[in-house]
Design a protein around this ligand. Structure first.
Ligand SMILES: C[S@@+](CC[C@H](N)C(=O)[O-])C[C@H]1O[C@@H](n2cnc3c(N)ncnc32)[C@H](O)[C@@H]1O
Length: 238
């Protein structure tokens, strides 16, 4: 069993972080973590990130402008550190110590938790909103992770998922061949079915948008059905 004693992480409950006994997911290892953000520095990557952020902001607004946000599968904290600069109280959680180590370098003050989306080490209703950005695709049991997210969220969930019906598929991961191969992409309707099945009576409303045109094709507009990114907001019943 691998132990991660040297990880600088914080437990949101204020106590010492439990050491997680599973092995580092090989997919998001140190090599991937080190170059994970490179693509988002390319012209298309910058534009995709800008458009993904706009969707996330719109959905956070739809959920009433939450104060506290847990990002599950935060990776290098690309979204968590941006949101924390926008006056949200953000905590990032990830199962990969390598991705969290990179996040720690990039955002030394951001609270980070080493943990598993399928069994969140967080109490009920601890956050206004739980956010997933391109993480559900990589989980063994995304339905279980949605149930866990709904357990810890008071208001709702914001989900960003790569669109299986995109023209370009997951172009962003072409440079990370193994990463792309491992992701289980969804169609917009599949994502909504997954949410409704997993959360059953807890769903009060769902809204979604599809965008981020492939190849940076500006003429397609920021919202296009064959875009790479599905953004979905889920409002929860108390
Ligand atoms: C494609 S990355 C997305 C990272 C970040 N959300 C972003 O948009 O840049 C997927 C992340 O999910 C994490 N992950 C995969 N399985 C997980 C699990 N069971 N629990 C928590 N995080 C997980 C990976 O370690 C990885 O950092």
């Amino acid at each position: 069993m691998e132990r991660h004693r040297d990880m600088q992480t914080e437990d949101v409950t204020g106590g010492p972080l439990r050491q997680w006994p599973y092995r580092t997911p090989r997919l998001f290892d140190a090599a991937v973590a080190a170059r994970y953000e490179d693509w988002f520095k390319t012209p298309f990557g910058r534009r995709a990130e800008r458009e993904e952020r706009a969707f996330v902001l719109e959905l956070l607004g739809w959920l009433g402008g939450p104060r506290s946000i847990l990002e599950v599968g935060c990776g290098t904290a690309r979204f968590a550190r941006w949101l924390s600069q926008r006056e949200h109280k953000v905590v990032g959680l990830d199962r990969s110590p390598a991705m969290l180590a990179e996040a720690r370098q990039l955002a030394p003050h951001l609270p980070l938790v080493l943990g598993d989306a399928h069994a969140l080490p967080i109490g009920e209703g601890a956050f206004d909103v739980v956010l997933f950005v391109t993480t559900l695709e990589f989980l063994e049991d995304p339905g279980r992770a949605l149930q866990e997210a709904a357990r810890v969220a008071r208001r709702g969930l914001v989900l960003g998922v790569l669109n299986r019906w995109s023209l370009a598929g997951v172009r962003r991961f072409w440079r990370h061949g193994s990463v792309r191969a491992a992701g289980r992409l969804l169609r917009p309707a599949e994502l909504e079915d997954l949410v409704r099945q997993a959360l059953d009576g807890r769903v009060a409303a769902v809204t979604s948008r599809v965008g981020v045109p492939p190849w940076g094709a500006r003429w397609l507009g920021a919202r296009c059905a064959l875009g790479e990114f599905i953004a979905m907001g889920v409002r929860l019943r108390a």
